[in-house]
Ligand binder design. Structure first.
Ligand SMILES: *Cc1c(COP(=O)(O)O)cnc(C)c1O
Length: 475
């Protein structure tokens, strides 16, 4: 009798299923990309289908590749937001670039563990190349380094961790329990919530976060920052860190980073710049000089999943002195020790994670595939589109521009409409398919916010949106 063939793993696809999966995936990627502009930006969610997704027990015998792709077509896709729609202008949310999906599939296939280099030699070098390119955009110097993170929030949390470790040599052993003076962190009223979240998570406490008021252009007031630092010192507290923002999330304002850096230097404070939204506009001609100020920072949070249009998640932390990042995060352990190699970096020593995916591939792939110029012109085009929108809003008598359009965020009000009506109009724009815009609150007033972090948006899209807004704003 023939011996029974050794059973293949239950978890590989047979050749026919592989062929089917390739075909269905290829078709899905093409169809989706080509139908973006026709799709509903926000789906009319089929609650019954979604409830069923929750309720359905997983099958003991699988539905197979075709069953899975049927789920995708019938239940997942119709209930997914079209983030890449050309008139998706809410939040700070870019559509992925064209190579992103392919790079993600390749990264999953290679499944490198970017914790120490032996598990990911090429990936480790690629991550280092991406980090060095990012740090180089800001001339952070030869000692600079960094790591890719899940996003800007994680990068800011990790940066504040480094600032704590740098300030308190005993931080690792005693945490913030050493009975010393409370450490105080400064940021602006327009800063992203991730700063508060980091302070809460790291045990600094929100009571020790000073939210410095902003000027008429929503930039941190330097005089009030200096006053707050002096007041905290006078009351026995210990200022340790300023988080400035280059591109606040509501209005795109850029804090006076050079002046803040001078003050931090004089006061011995760590300067972290939250550049998750705005710092990568250093790529565009018109904003390069302004954002080059970030080069004064000790650390910068960046978001390749915003202005480099990497598929989510891809954030980055770059620091002027990579040794400080390492000092905060490296732990030796006997079972993870590998040979030193100058070319390679053990990224587990530069952040809180051990197992780490090959996020760098999608960033690197896009820079290689499209070239850096493509990102420069795209950043400039987003700025130009936003400037165009700002100009149009200013000339519409029924609309009022709420912010100087520094980057790509455009906030506007309808002076004849109440706060509640602004909310209704946002819902109407969404329901009728005109655009997804977001709410804004600036200087205590409610408004509507559009943010052009979208490489697919055209001038026609912007005109269509402004025309409709002007119509809805009329009495
Ligand atoms: C997007 C953003 C963040 C948060 O970044 P995530 O990648 O969503 O974690 C922080 N700060 C600013 C200014 C942002 O625009």
């Amino acid at each position: 009798m023939e011996p029974a063939p050794t059973p293949a793993s239950a978890l590989v696809l047979d050749p026919a299923s592989r062929a089917k999966a390739s075909e269905l995936l290829g078709r899905f990627l093409d169809d989706y990309e080509l139908s973006l502009a026709q799709r509903a930006i926000v789906p009319d969610v089929d609650r019954a289908a979604l409830a069923q997704l929750l309720a359905e027990p997983f099958p003991d015998r699988g539905v197979g590749v075709e069953g899975f792709f049927a789920d995708l077509d019938e239940r997942i896709l119709p209930n997914s937001t079209t983030i890449a729609h050309p008139r998706f202008l809410a939040y700070v949310q870019g559509p992925p670039n064209g190579i992103g999906a392919y790079a993600e599939a390749i990264a999953a296939t290679l499944n490198q563990n970017c914790n120490f280099w032996q598990l990911s030699p090429a990936a480790s070098v690629i991550e280092r190349a991406v980090v060095h390119w990012l740090a180089g955009l800001f001339d952070l110097g030869d000692d600079a380094g960094g790591i890719l993170t899940s996003g800007g929030s994680a990068a800011t949390k990790d940066a504040i961790t480094v600032a704590l470790a740098d300030r308190r040599p005993e931080y690792r052993e005693r945490g913030l329990q050493a009975g010393l003076a409370p450490l105080v962190l400064y940021t602006s009223e327009e800063a992203h919530r991730c700063v508060d979240k980091a302070a809460a998570i790291l045990g600094i406490g929100l009571d020790n976060v000073r939210r410095i008021p902003t000027d008429e252009a929503f930039r941190m007031r330097l005089d009030l920052l200096a006053d707050a630092i002096a007041a905290d010192r006078a009351s026995g507290r210990e200022p340790f860190c300023v988080v400035a923002t280059s591109g606040t999330v509501t209005s795109g304002s850029i804090d006076p980073i050079t002046e803040i850096a001078d003050l931090c230097e004089a006061e011995g404070l760590w300067l972290h710049v939250d550049g998750a939204y705005g710092a990568l506009f250093v790529l565009a001609d018109s904003t390069r000089a302004t954002l080059a100020q970030c080069s004064r920072a000790d650390s910068i949070a960046l978001d390749p999943h915003k202005m480099l249009f990497a598929p989510i998640e891809a954030g980055a932390l770059v620091v002027r002195d990579a040794a400080k990042l390492r000092a905060a995060f490296a732990f030796s352990s006997s079972y993870l020790t590998v040979e030193e190699d100058d070319l390679m970096v053990d990224f587990m020593d530069y952040g809180p994670q051990l197992s780490r995916g090959f996020k760098a591939l999608k960033v690197w792939a896009a820079l290689r595939t499209f070239g850096v110029d493509a990102f420069r012109t795209t950043a400039q085009r987003c700025l130009d589109l936003a400037a165009h929108m700002g100009d149009r809003v200013e000339t519409e008598p029924s609309l009022e521009l709420m912010n100087p359009v520094t980057l790509t965020a455009v906030c506007l009000r309808m002076p004849r409409r109440s706060d509640a009506e602004h909310t209704e109009i946002l819902a109407q724009l969404q329901a009728e398919g005109t655009a997804l815009l977001g709410p804004a609150r600036l200087a205590g007033r409610a408004g509507i916010r559009a943010c052009v972090t979208n490489h697919r948006t055209t001038y026609e899209d912007i005109d269509q949106i402004v025309d409709r807004l002007a119509e809805l704003a009329k009495p």
